[in-house]
Design a protein around this ligand. Structure first.
Ligand SMILES: [Zn+2]
Length: 87
């Protein structure tokens, strides 16, 4: 678990983080979503980036009366992720 990041890990992080916008837009293929979620489960760095993005989206949601067009399953995933991260 505590093994240091290898170059491959860093490349993987960058690749996955590049797909994050597509992920939250619901445009990422289900298989890639699962890859991303599995990676984030074991990668605190990516989780922080994702949580920040998810919280930003949720905040927009609360500020703007017009709901942004998040697919229901993506929103559910985000909310579940956020509640898991809550203390
Ligand atoms: Zn990562």
């Amino acid at each position: 678990m505590s093994k240091p990041h290898t170059h491959d890990d860093v490349a993987r992080c960058q690749e996955l983080l590049g797909q994050l916008n597509e992920y939250v837009d619901g445009e990422l293929a289900a298989e890639l979503c699962r890859d991303l979620e599995e990676h984030m489960a074991g990668c605190a760095d990516c989780r922080v980036v994702f949580d920040t993005l998810a919280k930003t989206i949720t905040l927009y949601h609360q500020l703007d009366a017009t709901p942004i067009a998040l697919p229901a399953d993506v929103e559910e995933r985000l909310l579940r992720r956020l509640s898991l991260g809550a203390p």
